[in-house]
Ligand binder design. Structure first.
Ligand code: SF4
Length: 375
């Protein structure tokens, strides 16, 4: 761990570099905790360039914590649609409601209060408090951990509990107390730009002289790889009804919001959003889907559906590799199902839907176009 003069040189060089070369990002133009918070949540599992348009649209519609707290959940999810990991959006809104109810609409300043908000863990709390309120909280996420592991040549799985705690202590000791917000952003910026996972650009690095990983020639191989959870294959089939006007039928977001441990839990796979009638496959895809439709649409159980295979959709959700077989079912009138909605197949995004559902819609549209061309 750096101390004394070395530590102050390290801080000065990294902060100087950040202030000169930092990327101009929309959330860096504000200290408003609400905006900083929205950006931090969006940036979890989403790249900066991809997050920017979503951030701008989201804030245009929900400019403050009150507008987000009072909005219909469907609308929040629709504006999130495409970013994935929808529990982030749901938690964001729940936390906004909590801030309105318990903190008079002011984002809390105390760490314990912040950590009580849904969807906010240690990293996000430290980022918001330091950037918005200049609180002395050092951030530690995967990016910062990588930088620290390289600086100190730390081997092994960084997420292992004791090692992670040690990294947090190192991050705390490096934190520049006079500018904690800029400091945290400087560490993140270094990890996101020069000290990227592949090919760190050590020649341009403002703190290269302090880097033990570089000195030992092992920087690029750090952090060492974690053991990955084995991929599980999941097979699904979905019914894409289409009437003569090009309308289709979507089922509502599943009611249960509980996480289910099984890999083929359909509500989890459709991100608990509007979705095509979908079944997990155990046997013949067409037969399984028909059995499922007869159960879900009891009034239509005597209908003979004609299922037209509409290709194959592949999608990944965390450790699951999904293969979904969409079947196009052309009908005169769409079946009536309580809670379901009719939307144009060519534009299902008037409702919040997951990326998997979008892919299914595209495959079904292509199949419908092909079928029409053959007639
Ligand atoms: S010298 Fe290289 S490995 Fe070390 S912190 Fe800088 S960019 Fe990362």
């Amino acid at each position: 761990m750096l101390k004394g003069r070395e530590l102050s040189t390290f801080r000065k060089q990294l902060l100087g570099w950040f202030r000169q070369f930092k990327r101009d990002l929309p959330w860096r133009r504000t200290k408003d905790p609400y905006r900083v918070w929205v950006s931090e949540i969006m940036l979890q599992q989403t790249r900066v360039a991809a997050a920017i348009p979503y951030y701008e649209r989201f804030l245009q519609r929900f400019p403050d914590v009150h507008s987000l707290a009072g909005a219909p959940e469907d609308e929040v999810l629709r504006l999130w649609s495409g970013l994935g990991y929808y529990s982030r959006a749901r938690n964001l809104q729940k936390a906004a409601q909590q801030i309105v109810a318990k903190h008079k609409g002011q984002f809390p300043k105390h760490l314990d209060d912040v950590l009580e908000l849904p969807g906010i863990g240690n990293y996000t709390a430290a980022a918001i408090l330091s950037i918005a309120y200049d609180e002395k909280q050092a951030v530690l996420d995967g990016n910062v951990a990588r930088v620290l592991a390289r600086l100190s040549a730390i081997r092994g799985d960084l997420r292992e509990s004791q090692r992670w705690q040690k990294l947090q202590k190192t991050a705390d000791s490096l934190l520049e107390p006079k500018s904690p917000g800029d400091w945290n952003q400087a560490m993140m910026e270094l990890g996101a730009t020069l000290c990227a996972p592949k090919s760190p650009q050590c020649l341009l690095c403002p703190v290269a002289q302090f880097c033990e990983g570089r000195r030992q020639g092992i920087a690029e191989s750090l952090p060492e790889k974690r053991k990955k959870r084995a991929t599980v294959q999941v097979a699904l089939a979905a019914a894409v009804f289409a009437d003569r006007k090009g309308q289709t039928l979507l089922f509502p977001p599943p009611k249960s919001t509980k996480e289910n441990a099984s890999a083929d839990h359909v509500p989890t796979l459709v991100s608990k959003m509007w979705h095509f009638p979908t079944v997990s496959l155990a046997g013949d895809p067409g037969m399984d889907l028909i059995t499922f439709l007869r159960k879900e649409l009891p009034e239509e159980r005597n209908r003979d559906w004609e299922l037209v295979p509409a290709g194959k959709v592949r999608h990944a959700v965390t450790y699951r590799a999904i293969t979904l077989l969409p079947f196009l079912i052309e009908v005169k009138n769409l079946p009536r199902v309580a809670g379901a909605k009719q939307v144009p197949l060519a534009d299902i995004s008037s409702l919040p839907v997951s990326n998997l559902t979008r892919k299914v819609a595209r495959a079904a549209l292509a199949a419908a176009t092909l079928a029409r061309a053959k007639q």
